[in-house]
Design a protein around this ligand. Structure first.
Ligand SMILES: Cc1cc2nc3c(=O)[nH]c(=O)nc-3n(C[C@H](O)[C@H](O)[C@H](O)COP(=O)(O)OP(=O)(O)OC[C@H]3O[C@@H](n4cnc5c(N)ncnc54)[C@H](O)[C@@H]3O)c2cc1C
Length: 419
């Protein structure tokens, strides 16, 4: 490890690997810091297929997808340090001083730029207010996936899955294939949270029931979980008294959402978008702090890893080319049918020729039209049969032919039938 790098990437998941390889290809000196023993991030434990359909037009498993990018990274001169955890970043006159802890002790390097590719973490029982004791047998879906796929240990024999997020759906199928009984997936919302393809491939194909507008309100058991209480919920997601039913099980798998991991960003005073829980960025994925970039699930929760890699490459290239200069940004505004958009800002002094936006709708919209206006004029329109909140949308715009100025208004409007 050197004392100084042009680009330091924190996190060696798919976003960090792609960012590091791209920065190195653009002639930057690069360091990748990963807290686990191997690169690959969450993909290491995702042994099912379906990764890389957009990028490679192939159905790869998580490890296979990660391996393709690790091979590209290994062709570069980037330095990689694993089993190393970044604990602190401080801005100094010579760059950002990064403090890290490994088995060798505490070390630090200085870096001109930093790419935060720290992924996201799962919400837990504490965050969804389940009453009762705290027996063994309550797992987040990611932990259950880790036990089953990496450690070869079945976490339970008869389970209930709370939440219909993709990881929960994938674990419903995985546990069934391993011989466990999955009683059902219970979702508090009135529509599923996961991708439609996962509802079909992971639940319908295995006769696993999906119960909507239901939640777990209590767990039972001393040392080990023995049962859960399920209740119906009303429109405001409050449990309805008198609807309780007790289901015997030894496992409760929580798939109740992911939260971008941004403690390091927050210590740097990076502005966080309350909608995405990730940093507010411009089109180069630079945050509100000059020289600090964000990508992958740390930026916003992605549904497809292909877009995670794409955002890594955008951040990697921009970090390699970074030269401190004042930015002049306008906001990407949305109407109320869009729950969030990334990037949230356009730097008028940056590259305007290919700006990639990712967004999600707030509700399910049928026969929908997205129209993007700049200073009142339509710059792009796109029709969608459906816009669904679990499915992230991507749209690319070329602003180089428009006269953007600091008072310009860029607005994304989605209109359709709410169902
Ligand atoms: C539990 C879980 C299971 C998932 N399963 C699926 C699935 O089955 N199918 C699917 O399509 N998608 C799945 N996803 C989505 C998947 O996370 C993304 O597609 C992709 O892995 C995100 O890439 P990333 O690089 O942004 O984050 P990650 O893959 O999460 O990588 C982040 C990396 O940063 C490292 N890190 C974090 N903080 C630090 C620090 N301070 N210092 C050093 N290193 C640090 C972590 O160890 C990790 O390796 C899952 C996500 C989660 C959280």
């Amino acid at each position: 490890m050197k004392n100084y790098y042009d680009v330091t990437v924190i996190g060696g998941g798919p976003a960090g690997i792609a960012a590091a390889a791209e920065a190195a290809r653009n002639h930057a000196s690069v360091l990748v810091i990963e807290r686990e023993a191997r690169l690959g991030g969450i993909l290491k434990q995702c042994i099912h297929d379906g990764f890389g359909l957009v990028r490679f037009k192939e159905k790869l498993s998580g490890p296979e997808y990660a391996e393709r990018f690790i091979d590209l990274l290994n062709e570069t001169d980037a330095d990689i340090t694993v089993l190393t955890f970044v604990t602190k970043i401080v801005k100094t006159s010579g760059g950002y001083r990064i403090t890290m802890v490994s088995r060798d002790g505490v070390a630090s390097v200085v870096s001109k730029t930093i790419i935060l590719a720290t992924g996201c973490r799962e919400r837990t029982a504490k965050q969804v207010f389940i009453h009762g004791t705290r027996p063994a047998g309550v797992f987040t879906a990611g932990t259950a996936q880790n036990f089953t796929n990496l450690l070869g240990q079945l976490p339970c024999r008869k389970c209930v899955i709370l939440g219909s997020g993709d990881i929960g759906l994938i674990m419903a199928r995985r546990l069934t294939l391993e011989g466990a009984q999955v009683i059902g997936v219970y979702e508090a919302k009135s529509t599923p949270s996961g991708l439609t393809r996962n509802i079909h491939q992971c639940l319908h194909d295995y006769n696993i029931p999906l119960y909507l507008s239901k939640t777990v309100t209590r767990v039972f058991g001393e040392d080990r979980l023995t049962a859960v209480e399920i209740s119906s919920v009303d429109k405001s997601m409050k449990p309805v008294k008198g609807t309780e039913e007790i289901i015997e099980c030894d496992g409760l798998i929580l798939s109740v959402g992911l939260i971008p991991e941004n403690e390091l960003a927050e210590t740097l005073g990076v502005k966080i978008d309350p909608k995405t829980k990730g940093p507010v960025c411009d089109q180069s994925l630079m945050t509100s702090a000059d020289g600090i970039f964000s990508c992958g699930n740390a930026l916003h929760v992605n549904d497809l890893v292909d877009y995670v890699s794409e955002s890594g490459e955008t951040a990697g290239k921009a970090a390699a080319e970074f030269n401190a200069s004042a930015r002049e940004c306008i906001d990407a505004e949305t109407n109320s049918n869009i729950s969030y958009i990334v990037p949230q800002k356009i730097d008028l002094k940056g590259d305007l020729s290919k700006v990639v936006f990712y967004f999600r709708s707030r509700d399910i919209l049928k026969n929908c039209k997205l129209s993007i206006t700049l200073d009142g004029g339509v710059v792009k329109e796109k029709k969608y049969m459906f816009l669904r909140p679990p499915e992230m949308e991507r749209i690319v715009l070329d602003f180089s032919k428009y006269n953007l100025h600091k008072n310009s208004r860029l607005i994304f409007n989605a209109e359709g039938e709410k169902i």
